[in-house]
Design a protein around this ligand. Structure first.
Ligand SMILES: [Zn+2]
Length: 158
């Protein structure tokens, strides 16, 4: 039975989540995918210069786990640099301490969420139409429409 992964806490999404080498034709371009928790580990250890202990605390993981995450991140970045791969930052099992937005399924309104004590988004009512809004899953940010109100899927089966 696979062990459920624990959430790793990250501060937020990077402003850019895609980096591409110049002069590599798209057809032969390979992409190294860095998960958001790997990006965060790299940011804390190598950009901010934190030791593994406080960095692990920030992400709410053990020091050993942090070591594994940052090692995986460094390998991917090195691989991308050495082999001219693009780098995309997405996915991973994480929670952001600043939940970016809540999204109302009834009227499409979006607004910044207030995080609760665990770093998750508090369920709220939509400030525009008053509908109940569940906290969103930690999913990669995607501009525009969310997987919305299933347009008639499953209605006329058979
Ligand atoms: Zn609404």
């Amino acid at each position: 039975m696979p062990r459920p992964l624990k959430y790793r806490f990250v501060e937020g999404h990077p402003p850019s989540d895609y980096f591409k080498p110049r002069g590599v034709p798209l057809a032969s371009l390979e992409v190294a995918v860095l998960t958001l928790d790997e990006f965060e580990a790299l940011r804390l250890a190598d950009y901010e210069g934190l030791y593994q202990e406080p960095a692990a605390e920030k992400m709410k993981v053990s020091r050993q786990t942090f070591g594994k995450i940052v090692e995986a991140a460094r390998k991917k970045v090195a691989d991308a640099l050495v082999n001219s791969k693009a780098i995309r930052i997405e996915g991973g099992v994480y929670r952001t301490s600043r939940w970016e937005r809540l999204f109302c399924p009834a009227c499409d309104h979006q607004w910044p969420a207030a995080p609760d004590s665990t770093g998750g988004a508090r369920p709220e009512n939509c400030p525009r139409c008053g509908a109940d809004v569940p906290p969103r899953d930690p999913a990669p940010r995607r501009p525009g429409r969310q997987r919305g109100r299933g347009r008639g899927a499953g209605a006329g089966r058979g």
